[in-house]
Design a protein around this ligand. Structure first.
Ligand code: FDA
Length: 391
């Protein structure tokens, strides 16, 4: 059995490609293995095909993890500016869309090509369409069974991501591997995912296609962005964001009037006593949504005829409308997975397992999940870079 490699990296996605390229360029001999027939498939479809590759506002508090401090070290050592500098070195044009989100002007394919070029520069062996089988460890080195050979290296990196979007080749392999080596796994849940409504709230599904600028909340997390009603429930950036914090059977809140002050309905009653609630709401919300909310509040008469107390109640309800989703659209539609390999078992500096020297885990496989908006790729780049320093 040949032993030509310093490191074997499982998974040629965002984190694995970055880790392989950097380790290769540091002089390590690296094998990068993936069962898919192309590298970086999630990068290719990301950001509507333009890849939202990082976020200027990257900070540890924009990540969900059982240990909110864990991501600090890697994110601090490889920043959004470092990745943007790499993108510029490859002459890839980019722009800021909104909220610090950086996208390619052209295509996500440019990011994958850039990472593969960087792997080339590091003389990385890239083995695609290569499923791995049994993984062994004899204390000194890891062995990985491939279809045509068994490879061996003193370092093994788990970069197989999370199980969201299985049709792209995503699996829970990272968790099986982690457990095999005695690492704990924080329960994986679909995140950045549309939520579904049932029962009495299913009526809102008739609003499918209607969107509004809202503040959505789950627990203490609050996001001001668009929410979209769908034929299954709720989606849009605000909902995707809160889905990462939402727990089954808990409610989420939606403020449909985020710019209104507390007494806006009483003011409206004084200024426009002949207006209905629907008309008052339609000043800032789509008419169909204004109509549905007014109906639900059973307030169809002119504001001038509604007692102040009822208007006060309606105002409070509109600024914190509670929905209790009956589920989410699951891993099939989730952009990412929250949970994953427990950070308690990993070094935040090197992403190496504390009790299994030589074993590293990076990217989405780890219990660190970013907000929507380029944060997840930045974690993939940063954790991949950090692990590469130790290979
Ligand atoms: P990633 O999933 O990229 O790579 C894992 C690799 O492991 C894959 O190549 C897979 O084939 C391979 N693999 C899995 N199991 C294996 C096995 N058993 N054997 C061999 N290989 C195996 N984020 C962001 O910041 N900005 C954005 O614009 C988007 N947009 C976006 C859109 C959509 C539709 C999705 C689904 C996701 C996003 N994301 C995103 C999230 C982002 O894609 C994700 O967080 C990163 O790709 C994670 O990088 P990893 O390298 O950890 O996993």
């Amino acid at each position: 059995m040949a032993s030509p490699y310093d490191a074997i990296i499982l998974g040629a996605g965002a984190a694995g490609l970055m880790c392989a390229a950097v380790a290769g360029q540091r002089g390590r001999s690296v094998l990068l293995v993936d069962h898919a027939d192309a590298a970086g498939k999630k990068i290719l479809i990301s950001g509507g095909g333009r890849c939202n590759f990082t976020n200027l506002h990257t900070a540890p508090d924009r990540y969900v993890s059982a240990n909110p401090h864990f991501a600090k070290s890697a994110l601090g050592r490889y920043t959004a500016s470092d990745f943007t500098a790499l993108v510029e070195r490859h002459r890839i044009a980019w722009h800021e869309k909104t909220l610090g989100q950086l996208f390619c002007d052209g295509s996500a394919r440019q990011i994958v090509a850039m990472l593969l070029d960087e792997c080339d520069a590091g003389r990385v062996d890239v083995a695609l369409s290569t499923p791995f089988g049994e993984i062994g460890h004899d204390g000194a080195a890891f062995t990985v069974a491939l279809p045509d050979r068994v490879v061996r290296a003193p370092r093994l990196v788990i970069a197989t991501g999370g199980p969201s979007i299985p049709k792209l080749g995503a699996t829970g392999a990272a968790y099986d591997l982690a457990r095999r080596f005695g690492l704990k796994v924080v329960e994986p849940r679909p995140a950045l995912v549309p939520l579904t409504l049932g029962g009495d709230e299913a009526l809102f599904r008739t609003l499918s296609g209607v969107a509004a600028d809202v503040v959505a909340s789950a627990g203490k997390a609050r996001f001001r962005e668009a929410a979209l009603f769908t034929h299954r429930g709720l989606s849009g950036p605000a909902i995707l964001q809160v889905s990462s914090y939402w727990r089954p059977r808990e409610p989420i809140g939606i403020d449909f009037v985020p710019d209104a002050d507390r007494d806006w309905l009483l003011t409206a009653k004084r200024m426009q006593p002949r207006a209905t609630l629907r008309r008052a709401l339609a000043a800032t919300l789509p008419d169909r949504l204004a109509e549905a909310l007014a109906e639900r509040l059973d307030l169809s008469v002119e504001l001038g005829n509604v007692p102040d107390r009822r208007l006060d109640e309606a105002g409070r309800r509109l600024s914190d409308w509670r929905f209790t989703p009956n589920g989410s659209e699951g891993f099939a539609k989730a952009e990412v997975t929250v949970g994953g390999i427990s950070t308690a078992d990993l070094s935040s500096q090197t992403l190496e397992a504390r009790r299994v020297p030589g074993l590293h885990a990076i990217g989405e496989a780890v219990d660190v999940t970013g907000w929507l908006g380029g944060y997840n790729f930045q974690w993939a780049w940063a954790s991949g870079w950090a692990a590469a320093q130790a290979l």
